[in-house]
Design a protein around this ligand. Structure first.
Ligand code: ATP
Ligand code: MG
Length: 262
């Protein structure tokens, strides 16, 4: 692994000076199970960073540590230069971080538009963004490709589409750092391609994306860098080309995936 030169910020040490997000030596134990073991990774501005690995590898747990929903047994979390290890989730989100959940967190009885509007209004209530929430919601619903189902109740929609509503809710908070946990699962080929295009477009404004995704084709297409977890440990990181060729990744994940598809 090539770790960039360490950078001192006050009493802290970050390793990636380009990081919008960095976690250092994070471990999480649940009783006897070590779900995450000494994981360090970063996500950079204007890039899509993949976090992949088999089921149970620790991806969602890592997201929970980053967002503050899970206290780590050990390790530190930085958003930009700021250490947030001891901040509650809402303080972290106010630093420009938003996420989607693997297990959907949307208001099923509200429409697509109302879901996004609720997030835009919440953001408007505390941020200095003066854009009227209704304008934000309209723009985002169109951007995630849901204009035609804008008035539909979310619980009447297929799960894949409901995930895009969650993406819309995250985008309505105008994040600089976006954590996506399997946001593409349940989408068809065309919808997945559109999602990939949208992610790339978001990075052009400087957004940093950390993407957990099992769709290897999507990951390889959109990611600038990829980190691979297996049994809670980081087994590789690099460009999509490097990751595809990595023997340890082949053995733990990509090889197994190919077998499944046969
Ligand atoms: N709250 C919890 N209590 C106990 N064990 C947990 C808890 N959350 C996760 N685990 C365990 O930690 C390990 C990592 O789980 P995690 O959900 O982070 O994996 P994942 O990489 O997101 O998997 P998937 O691809 O299936 O979503 C698993 O063994 C899981 O059973
Ligand atoms: Mg998960």
């Amino acid at each position: 692994m090539s770790a960039p030169a360490a950078e001192k910020t006050g009493s802290t040490v970050r390793r990636d000076p380009h990081a919008a997000l960095e976690i250092i030596d994070v471990s999480v134990k649940f009783g006897g199970i070590t779900a995450v073991s000494d994981v360090s990774l970063s996500a950079r501005r204007g890039q899509i960073t993949g976090l992949i690995g088999p089921n149970g590898a620790g991806k969602t747990t890592t997201f929970n540590v980053i967002t503050g929903l899970q206290e780590p047994t050990n390790g530190r979390v930085f958003i930009g230069e700021r250490e947030v290890s001891h901040l509650p989730p809402y303080r972290r989100s106010r630093l420009g971080m938003a996420r989607t959940f693997q297990r959907l967190e949307v208001f099923g009885s509200l429409s697509v538009y109302e879901n996004v509007l609720a997030a835009a209004e919440f953001h408007h209530s505390w941020s200095d963004d003066a854009t009227p929430p209704r304008l934000v919601a309209n723009e985002i619903v169109e951007r995630v490709g849901l204009s035609t189902v804008s008035e539909e109740r979310v619980d009447a929609l297929p799960t894949g589409i409901a995930r895009l509503v969650e993406l819309g809710r995250a985008l309505a908070t105008r994040p600089d750092l976006l954590l996506l946990d399997e946001v593409g699962s349940g989408l068809n080929h065309e919808e997945t391609a559109a999602l990939g295009d949208l992610m790339i477009e978001l990075t052009r404004d400087g957004t940093a994306i950390l993407l957990v995704e099992h769709d290897v084709e999507l990951v390889m297409r959109v990611c600038d860098r990829i980190f691979v977890l297996d049994f809670g440990r980081l087994i590789a990181n690099g460009t999509p080309e490097q990751i595809q060729k990595d023997p340890a990744v082949q053995a733990a994940y990509l090889g197994a995936d190919t077998e499944e598809q046969k």
